[in-house]
Design a binder for this molecule. Sequence first.
Ligand code: ADE
Length: 246
Amino acid sequence: MTNFHILTLFPDMVLQGLRESIIGRAEKAGFISLEALNIRDYTQDKHKKVDDYPYGGGAGMLMQAQPVYDAYLEAERRITERKMREARPDKRRNRVIYVTPQGCVFHQEMARELAEEEDLIFLCGHYEGIDERVLQTIVTDYVSIGDYVLTGGELPAMVMVDAIARMVPGVLTNQDSGETESFSDHLLEYPQYTRPEIWNGQAVPPILLSGDHAKVDAWRLEMAKERTRERRPDLYAAYEREHPVK
Ligand code: ADE
């Protein structure tokens, strides 16, 4: 069970996006929980302002420390309250992930590791960023989804929550599919086929109809290697390092 707490200026976008499909089903079934706190609800500004100009000048606006910090404190308060209600107080620090291009790049192993946490707090930035002082005070992990810049942290947070949630036990109905897919063991997934046997003049590879499971497995491994070598030579190099030919 992982509880996701998302601090954002666009809670509906995040929740509506995530509650579609598998992640929504997993929440209903109680394998995960999702909550989004609207940072704007925590501003002390009478005009509900959450941003201001950067000291030293420069383009754009920054999110101010106060509303971000107070939204964070509310998320922490709810987590503590839940644990007290369940009579299991817990002194460990919760992971607070700031989604930012100034972070390490997210990958499958990280998704697997984060899926073991009971609570995860995501902080989504907007404008040109967030006042450094609140980041230094609350953030434990700075994570990017890739070397490109988006207009806000919501999409990256949704990407990460989706990838992490599907690694939480029970979320995927076929438990196997979390293991035998792309990136487990440094290989991309092998090609797959379903009915009909011939589509658009193209037949399914005959070996898949042979019923010989050992041969099918060997073929799939070869296909996975070939595809990885062609499309992701960087991954393939890692695979070869871990599987030296004797
Ligand atoms: N915010 C804007 N761009 C981002 C990215 N690539 N990854 C994470 N957060 C972001």
